[in-house]
Design a protein around this ligand. Structure first.
Ligand code: ZN
Length: 135
């Protein structure tokens, strides 16, 4: 039973989902409190490292790399912004420093992108990538 739970937790692609949290709690409760029915099979399935609280799931956090990039941060880091219209493929590479001046250095790039309108067809379906500037 515990081995099965661990396998589910390990194989789940969404480790922070409530379902997995519940499974983890179940697994931990079963391992610690050893309710009736738990057998020696549980001993072979100890987690690779002891999990204290929610610390155990930290390494599996999906795609979060801190606060979003701001225009000021993009300018300081010399990030190259490529913005394009999904409707007409019109593409521009605005200068982050200029954008930080014109808007606000604290504006996050995703927020800024939401305000953009295609200069060619007035579409708001704007997409962007931020890459390291060419030297
Ligand atoms: Zn367009």
């Amino acid at each position: 039973m515990i081995t099965a739970l661990d396998a589910i937790v390990r194989n789940d692609r969404y480790p922070l989902s409530p379902r997995i949290r519940t499974l983890r709690e179940l697994s931990q409760a079963a391992t610690g409190a050893a309710p009736a029915g738990t057998t020696a099979a549980a001993q072979g399935s100890t987690p690779r490292r002891p999990s204290a609280g929610t610390g155990g799931v930290t390494e599996m956090k999906p795609y979060h790399h801190g606060p979003p990039l701001t225009l000021g941060g993009a300018a300081a880091a010399r990030v190259r912004l490529v913005v394009w219209c999904r409707d007409c493929q019109h593409q521009v590479e605005p200068d982050p420093a200029e954008m930080a001046e014109r808007h606000d250095a604290e504006t996050t790039v995703p927020d800024w992108r939401r305000r953009l309108v295609c200069g060619n067809c007035c579409s708001k379906q704007i997409d962007f990538v931020a890459t390291a500037a060419r030297r």
